[in-house]
Design a protein around this ligand. Structure first.
Ligand code: AMP
Ligand code: ZN
Length: 670
């Protein structure tokens, strides 16, 4: 064997071992032997770079850095799934299908609904070419370098695969791997990750692929898209994918009747904890691909598939203590400190109690055994008390009357569920909370500055409000605990760079009560600059879409306050953006970049030319005829039938004028 043959032989052998270990879960050699062979290959490749191969098993260890992820338009849109929460929903769906399909036998493939981050993998000539996240379904981020480090994703396929296709799946973090990652984090003094799903999707966007390679991620596949795949049923699709080397759980079942489908659902609702990964339901798909095509798609999801979502999981545990957190607006949030308990694969120690009413309504007391539930949200909630376990000496909870941070008496205004500490300018937690909000990712996104540093800077007397951030000097920061030349430099640089953050985010960052991200955008769009906004009365503000009495009042109060005015004046002097930028004024964006639209028919709200201008103003292109390059057909009344047929055969989404306006509005939803 010459060198090249040796290299090739090792690669083939290692690919097989990878497949045995990570896909089939049946290793045939020891880890040690595997490592030795991998090392041998690495050495040969290092000596002979002329035999480079992008699918070599040595590339699994990562190393490439992605600074910013490229946006890629999906060749085939990635749809959502419709959800059902009861058997009746599922039965209704099946009846609807049957009505559309007529008098034919309809079979179903039932799969688990893996709870992770969706991914689209593109293969050409059996090689992984690119991996793109779902994003908004139309376009996502290219994360190929990171995906290549996931051992169960084949870089090179085997068998009779089509020359080019996309395959969809879910990137997940199995429970044992997740637990191990958390053990290591806790040992290192970090907070544990909240749940496997978020950690999996966060992993895809790490810049350092070597760090991704360290994470025990897995990829479970469920759908192939592309022309000429020769696939006739969903179940066959799964089998084929498996044969080409993909990891496709064999739990999927072909069901001939509704009752079989329901039995599958029941079984997995009960047994989901026996699985090594999290699922949040079952996906039922019409099996026959021809039937699938007949059923087609709604604006958001295929009609031929339905997710059945399991109910939130519940456990019971003892509530040790109720403590109270003070937010940046002075709002008090009671927190239940629980006896740690495992819930949906994560250890739960705390649950939110929302407010005093909630505690009173459920009569929640310290020492109680409570039921804890976890829905989609990260922070679990208490849904009830097991009264049979209430200790004999139990006393009703007395809500605090004074701020735990500064001792000020709490105020509760009529119609507000929350108590507030009114010491707005003196309560230390509120001051740092406001500054932390100001620098947060969705606000000023100041690089090099985190929440703990804010507390430190405040404690050291270097900042008393967010405007003070802009006069910090490196010399002041360097002597602080855990700070060094470099970190101080980064902090000052991050602050300086934030002056370019657009007006709507500055407005959000100011921390006006009830002015969240969306409201800030609406206000920025309506008033264009801060002076106009400051001059607005409550009645004027209320004319703006989505602004009610409560928000309007809060805005006016905010600008009546001397300290806020002083801060704003200072921020203006430091060069922050207090007016909307010119291209936003013209409603011009880039959100349709790379997409070609064909416009056809008569429209209700806009003329055809207005529609075309909107497309171009937002970076899109207007095409005259439908081809495989067309991203969308915007269809009005009286559109010719041939256009529709052509779009349908090419699988191009047909959208209405309303769909289109929604798409554009989300982009410059200023
Ligand atoms: P949702 O995000 O609730 O609209 O659900 C749709 C998502 O479920 C898809 O984007 C997939 O990523 C995910 N999913 C998980 N398992 C499956 C499966 N077996 N078949 C189809 N989609 C699945
Ligand atoms: Zn206070």
């Amino acid at each position: 064997m010459n060198i090249q043959e040796q290299i090739e032989a090792l690669r083939t052998e290692l690919r097989e071992h990878n497949h045995n270990y990570y896909v089939l879960d049946k290793p045939t050699i020891s880890d040690y032997e595997f490592d030795m062979k991998l090392k041998a290959l690495q050495e040969l490749e290092a000596k002979h770079p002329e035999f480079y191969d992008a699918t070599s098993p040595t590339l699994r260890v990562g190393g490439d850095i992605t600074k910013s992820f490229k946006t890629i338009v999906h060749e085939h849109r990635m749809y959502s799934l419709d959800n059902s929460y009861s058997k009746e929903d599922l039965e209704d769906w099946e009846k609807r299908n049957q009505r559309i399909l007529g008098d034919v036998e309809v079979e179903f493939t039932c799969e688990l609904k893996y709870d992770g981050a969706s991914i689209n993998l593109t293969y050409e000539d059996g090689q992984l070419i690119k991996a793109v996240t779902r994003g908004d379904g139309f376009q996502g981020d290219e994360v190929t370098t990171n995906i290549k480090t996931i051992r169960s994703v084949p870089l090179k396929l085997t068998g009779d695969y089509p020359p080019k296709f996309d395959i969809r799946g879910e990137i997940i973090l199995p429970l044992d791997g997740f637990a191990k990652m958390n053990e290591e984090r806790v040992a290192a003094g970090d907070d544990p990750y909240m749940n496997p799903r978020n950690t999996a999707s966060g992993s895809l966007k790490l810049q350092d692929s070597a760090a991704v390679a360290q994470r025990p991620l897995d990829c479970l596949l469920y759908g192939i898209v592309g022309p000429n795949t020769g696939i006739t049923s969903q179940f066959q699709m799964l089998e084929k994918a498996r044969n080409w080397g993909f990891k496709v759980p064999t739990i999927a079942k072909l069901c001939k009747s509704t009752s079989e489908v329901l039995a599958f659902v029941d079984y997995w609702d009960e047994h989901r904890h026996d699985l090594p990964y999290e699922i949040d339901g079952v996906v039922v798909k019409v099996n026959n691909i021809q039937h699938q095509e007949e059923l087609g798609y709604t604006a958001k999801s295929p009609r031929w598939a339905m997710a059945y979502k399991f109910k939130a999981e519940q456990v019971s545990t003892v509530l040790n203590e109720i403590t109270y957190q003070v937010g940046r607006t002075g709002a008090i949030t009671p927190v239940a400190n629980l006896e740690p308990v495992l819930l949906a694969g994560t250890t739960v120690k705390r649950a939110s109690l929302h407010n005093a009413d909630q505690i009173e309504k459920l009569d929640i007391r310290e020492g109680d055994t409570v039921y804890v539930e976890k829905g989609g949200e990260i922070i679990p909630k208490i849904v009830g008390v097991d009264l049979s376990k209430r200790p004999a000496d139990s006393k009703p909870t007395e809500y605090i009357t004074h701020c735990p941070e500064c001792g000020t008496e709490l105020l509760r205004t009529q119609g507000d569920a929350k108590h507030y500490c009114t010491n707005f300018y003196g309560c230390p937690t509120q001051i740092t909370g406001r500054i932390q909000h100001f620098i947060s990712r969705k606000a000023m996104d100041i690089e090099g500055l985190g929440g703990e540093t804010v507390e430190l800077l405040f404690k050291e007397g270097l900042i008393r409000n967010y405007a003070d951030l802009y006069i910090l000097t490196k010399e002041q920061i360097v002597p602080l605990e855990r700070m060094a030349e470099k970190s101080a430099e980064n902090l000052v640089k991050g602050v300086a760079e934030s002056v370019n953050i657009p007006f709507e985010r500055v407005l959000f960052a100011l921390g006006i009560r009830f002015v969240g991200e969306t409201v800030a955008k609406k206000l920025a769009k309506a008033y264009k600059n801060i002076d106009a906004l400051m001059a607005a009365t409550i009645d004027e503000l209320k004319v703006v879409d989505e602004i009610g009495e409560r928000i309007a009042q809060s805005v006016v109060e905010f600008f009546q306050n001397e300290r806020n005015l002083e801060n704003i004046n200072r921020l203006k002097d430091y060069g922050l953006q207090f007016e909307i930028s010119a291209d936003k004024l013209l409603n011009q964006t880039e959100i349709l970049k790379g997409k070609t639209f064909v416009v056809s028919g008569v429209f209700e709200l806009l003329s055809r030319n207005e529609l075309k201008k909107l497309i171009e103003d937002n970076g899109g292109k207007v095409g005259s005829s439908i081809s495989s390059k067309t991203a969308f057909l915007v269809a009005g009344d009286k559109m010719g039938p041939s256009k529709r047929t052509k779009a349908e055969t090419l699988g191009i989404p047909i959208i209405s004028e309303h769909d289109f306006l929604n798409m554009v509005n989300e982009g410059f939803n200023l």
